[in-house]
Design a protein around this ligand. Sequence first.
Ligand code: PNW
Length: 495
Amino acid sequence: MSAVDITAFPKDFAWGAATAAYQIEGGWNMDGRGPSIWDTFCHEGGRVFGDHTGDVACNSYQLWEEDLKCIQQLDLSHYRLSVSWSRILPDGTTNHINPKGVEYYNKVIDSLIASGVTPMITLWHMDLPQALQDCGGWCSAEIADTFESYASFCFKTFGDRVKLWITLNEPYVCAMLGYEDGIFAPGIKDPGLSVYVAGHNMLRAHAKAWHAYNTHFRPSQGGQVSLALNSDWAEPLTAKDAAATERYKEFTLDWFACPVFCTGDYPESMRSRIENRSLELGYKQGSRLPHFSKDEPSPLGTADFFAVNYYTSRKVKDLSENTELSFVGDQGAEGVIDPSWPICGVHWLAVYPEGLRKLLKYIKDTYTSVPIYITENGFSQMGPVQIEDVDRSQFYEDTLQQVGKAISQDGVNVKGYFAWSLLDNFEWNDGFNVRFGLFHVDFSSSELKRTLYRSVHQRTWRATWQTSHTGKAVHLKVCTGKRQSSIRLTPGALG
Ligand code: PNW
């Protein structure tokens, strides 16, 4: 193991951590907040590990100052948070504005800026207002206009101070897990159908919000807007699986990235595959994968930077014989985990830091030279808490080494890295059973005490960002296997 090469990272690199409103805020019915689909989903029971809910979570709604201390303790240059749509617009529309909700985010934004931390704000991180779900949620065409109004409200209210915006977080995960598999809110299981409609309306909503910013707010506010796309890195399992791997990529990252960065439409072969299978399965042409209307703003060009969330990789197996009506059937490919990649905590997270470097190069080569922010990446624990989290520490060192190589050797324009997550938090259908935090949160006590995981204290990856951002030398102990040594990182070492 060697330390992260800090000279690879530019001086203005964004070193951040990320969170999302429903996962940390709690205060689910405080001060006029309206319910979101995750409140409904959790309260139904039987949906989430241990019937956990985000009712209280880390109580960041009331303990924001504690979160700020964590951010300051890590010397983060950036903090990515999301706005709870139904906290500021309880029924999702601008017909009713909740001043207390607005006040909360003003407080958060102002105190970040006063502490020298740049906020990056996500407008929608999975927690759709329940009132909008009652009107069809992402399957309803009207939602794109409703989202545009919400986004414009946020740009108008917070955009004098917030310059980095993410409209939607992970449309792929939300459409797949929320509308195809039904294991995330709103819990709809409608294989091969709703997933494409939901994804389509998400893209329409994003495009409208970007155009609204571009026309009405960019001239005076000068910020940047994108959407955060998650992607695994994918490699063929055997030489026979090369075509399946291409399809897997098309149905994952390209599904959303191609309309925004390449052509204004879905990948050609994704469209033709779904069309052909629709006919075989007795559906009308054009009935499953919608078309973008010429009467609406195009999604093409609606991202000022590329925001990517990377967690894991897959080996891809051909599944073209599959005839069932489902997203995986359409994709004709299946991702499996390479047994040499260790699983960290949650079952789907096989650790393969090289995959991030390969994915970054793929994005650069396939899409764009616009700057790339890694808006999420992280490592989880399950089972007994390990404050001495040596594996997580190793993970961050290995990962940042790969990011450094992507920048210095592959010439990828990476602008920032956000660890998921600042805090242990409500990990969706895994409840509090899976912990991604840099800080441990004691959910068993009402104080919800935040404690820095041990490894974050000691390790070079953290010093990388401190040195890079603050320009201060950092002394720290480095554990290399069983040996301990002391090193000094100096700002002079920076590129
Ligand atoms: C992302 N999967 O979601 C989200 O943006 C975060 O809110 C979340 O906490 C984080 O990753 C860690 O899970 C995902 O099942 C949720 O493959 C599920 C999956 C992937 C990403």
